[in-house]
Design a protein. Structure first.
Length: 529
């Protein structure tokens, strides 16, 4: 009882002084800040930095930070926003004070331990949500994660049928006590940048496992884009019958539960049969895979927070519709950029890793098509790039544990294309062109760096075909910045492919900098820009 009385007395003293930590007053009924503006945050350097929140209509709000004072008046809806002038990078902990003209109801707020550096959005599905605790050498990584100038804000998963400004989350300093819950890709990317740039790095992790790209895209864009409008049309039709679909699901689930109580999918029954898969709930109006629901609930609340760029690891859940992804991903990127109002901020993509059973013969591949859509997006959309990880996947696990190389390769792209290290080799070999020479195909590559290299022996996973498109595995050898490809089974080759499979295990074309070649097919379709 005595400790409670002392705590109450201490809090009263702070209120009387007119200053409270923003982190201590998330439910202040007068003035509120977006939770991004809270203790331990990182503000973006070298550009105007919006700060916003809500208060009573007509309230004059004053924001003071780093020698600047800015004022705004809350509108009829209570919303207010100011813009700080561009700030220089600083690892010095600073305080932001936000005051109200109605201090009796709204004590001044203080946001403490603010740094200024570069802020990156980290978004996508489960491989972005995948935490440091599950990564390769996790205990070693966790014990060495003493980087207080790297901070992470984890956006709490939320769907919304309409764009919302509501947000839940908090900033954490990177330490052995906190890093286990950080996005592994985000952390290893941020750590590489911090080591090279020596400025504070903020990581905003807005990701959700098992989600499709259309959930992260606005309804307006989906509906108004001819190649994507079928997504919203199909969803609208599904919602018309959702009550009936939900009822059937509940009946099916009840029956499954009755028959297989205490068991789980795949368990063996007395007759030797397996327990069938548990019925999956149907997509509902608030489902995480409903069109636009994650954009509304997990991206819109972040806008217009000043950012350096975004990294994106997603695509597994769209692989069955890979041709559509050639339009969907560029549309989503344009969507975010338009609504953020920061122009073409950098957008870096992680290409899907190798996964699933290895094919014994060259086959068509949905995952290869999805990778191609990712590459075409990075090639055709301004200020975008792609990290290739075709060599670090796991045939049996869609979540490869080697997230260190994912972060490293993303950071190379960022250093070259965002931070101006123009001479840095940031990509493995990229297909340029092909020509037929005496029954062989000569494939020319760009981004060869110090030269082409076959890791571990002769080149593998090249395939060629003639006009009949009957592909055969091919022999291949390096010739300067080209590769000669041929097969005794194909006398008149006209098409060549490399690493074109769900899991092209053994693909081993690299440059001497150790970066893998981008999978390709010479008969790739053009992408609409």
């Amino acid at each position: 009882m005595k400790s409670r009385a002392l705590a109450a007395l201490f809090l009263s003293a702070f209120i009387a002084a007119g200053t409270l930590s923003a982190a201590d007053t998330p439910e202040n009924k007068g003035m509120k800040l977006n939770p991004l503006f809270s203790d331990n945050m990182v503000l973006q350097r070298d550009m105007p930095a919006p700060v916003w929140g809500t208060s009573e209509a007509g309230d004059k709000v004053t924001v003071t930070f780093s020698g600047q004072t800015k004022e705004a008046v809350a509108g009829k809806d209570g919303k207010w926003i100011i813009k700080l002038d561009p700030l220089k990078a600083s690892a010095e902990a600073q305080i932001m004070t936000v005051s109200s003209s109605k201090t009796a109801k709204s004590p001044n707020l203080q946001i403490k331990n603010i740094l200024v550096g570069d802020v990156w959005i980290c978004s996508g599905q489960s491989n972005m949500a995948f935490t440091v605790s599950g990564s390769k050498d996790s205990q070693k990584e966790i014990s060495g994660a003493d980087y207080p100038n790297i901070r992470s804000f984890k956006v709490t998963g939320k769907t919304s049928q309409e764009p919302t400004g509501e947000l839940t989350g908090k900033w954490d300093l990177c330490s052995p006590k906190t890093v286990s819950g950080f996005s592994a890709v985000g952390y290893f990317f941020g750590r590489e940048l911090y080591r090279k740039l020596n400025i504070p790095i903020g990581l905003i992790n807005s990701s959700w496992g098992g989600t499709v790209a259309e959930a992260w895209t606005t309804w307006k864009t989906l509906e108004s884009t001819p190649e994507l409008s079928t997504i919203t049309e199909k969803f609208n039709e599904q919602m018309k019958v959702f009550p009936e679909t939900k009822k059937k699901y509940e009946e099916s689930l009840a029956n499954w539960t009755k028959l297989y109580a205490g068991k789980k999918d795949g368990d063996e029954l007395a007759d030797g049969k397996k327990v069938p898969r548990k019925p999956a709930p149907p997509l509902g109006p608030d489902g995480q895979n409903a069109p636009a629901r994650l954009y509304n609930g997990m991206i819109n609340p972040l806008i217009p927070f000043a950012i350096k760029g975004a990294i994106w690891y997603q695509g597994e859940s769209n692989a069955t519709r890979a041709p559509q992804y050639r339009t969907l991903l560029p549309s989503m990127i344009k969507d975010w950029r338009t609504n953020w109002g920061q122009g073409d901020f950098p957008f870096l993509i992680v290409q899907l890793a190798n996964f699933k059973q290895v094919s014994q013969a060259p086959l068509e591949s949905q995952w290869a098509e999805l990778r191609e859509a990712q590459y075409l997006t990075s090639k055709n959309i301004p200020a975008s790039g792609m990290a290739v990880i075709i060599d670090i996947g796991d045939a049996k696990d869609i979540h490869p544990k080697n997230k260190q190389d994912v972060g490293l390769r993303l950071s190379l792209i960022a250093r070259q294309s965002v931070y101006g290290e123009k001479d840095l080799v940031a990509s493995g070999p990229v297909y340029d062109s092909m020509k037929v020479e005496d029954g062989k195909i000569r494939v020319k590559f760009n981004s060869v760096g110090g030269g082409l290299e076959a890791k571990g022996g002769e080149l593998k996973t090249f395939a060629i075909a003639g006009e009949d498109k009957k592909f055969a595995w091919a022999k291949a050898e390096i010739s300067g910045d080209s590769v000669l490809v041929w097969s005794d089974e194909v006398k008149n080759p006209s098409i060549v492919r490399y690493a074109w499979a769900d899991n092209p295990e053994g693909c081993n074309l690299y440059n001497k900098e150790g970066l893998p070649a981008v999978p390709f097919r010479s008969d790739a379709p053009a992408q609409k820009k």
